[in-house]
Write a protein that binds this ligand. Sequence first.
Ligand code: ADP
Ligand code: MG
Length: 224
Amino acid sequence: AEEMLIRSEKMSVAGQLAAGVAHEIRNPLTSLKGFIQLLQAGIDKKDEYYKIMIDEINKIDTITSELLFISKPMTDEKKFEKLSFMLKDVVTLLRSQAKLYNIEINLQIEKERMIFCDRTQIKQVLINLIKNAVEEMKEGGTINVVAQSNETNCFISIIDEGPGIPEHILHKLREPFFTTKKDGTGLGLMISYKIIENHQGSIEIQQNKGKGSTFQIILPINHE
Ligand code: ADP
Ligand code: MG
């Protein structure tokens, strides 16, 4: 992995992706092959092996669906959408899942805004960022989702109480396949940046004073 990271700095995004995909898919495939050989040899502990094999197949499945999402041309289905609807949909979707980890998600919308955007894509970004927050908060706590705006921009902050992001990995976050998680794909942030840039916006990362980090989505407000 170290070698890949060094090489990746000299490669195009497409090149990084291709190298990453090959690598990420070969590992579970190698493992699958090994287990099939064990089963062919008539080994016991079959159930245990089947379980691992299904996990490996699921891993490939997750990677390929995220890649399909990236490779889809960004069809512009942009319309004026109510900010509050998108936020409420996503928060409602994730709240019950977060509860299982003792995490509350608070939503605070200062002012209703119409955002010219592809609703599905923006919801995907919100899901990616809130999920990342949930995944870092091993001890539970509160995630605050706050939407503010001025005349030209809308600011959506996802404020978590996780461990924060070590300085030395900050520049790697948007690289494809960069992950610090055992089951991570490292594609969520890359996809999120791509979507937000497709909306002429940006994502800012801040470390919180007390604990955790804030991911802020900035989107331009186009007036109707
Ligand atoms: P994945 O979630 O599959 O690891 P992402 O692209 O979503 O991939 O995130 C890449 C990495 O960025 C994570 O593995 C984690 O190290 C870091 N990260 C993302 N969000 C946060 C957060 N809210 N707090 C701390 N680290 C984060
Ligand atoms: Mg993620």
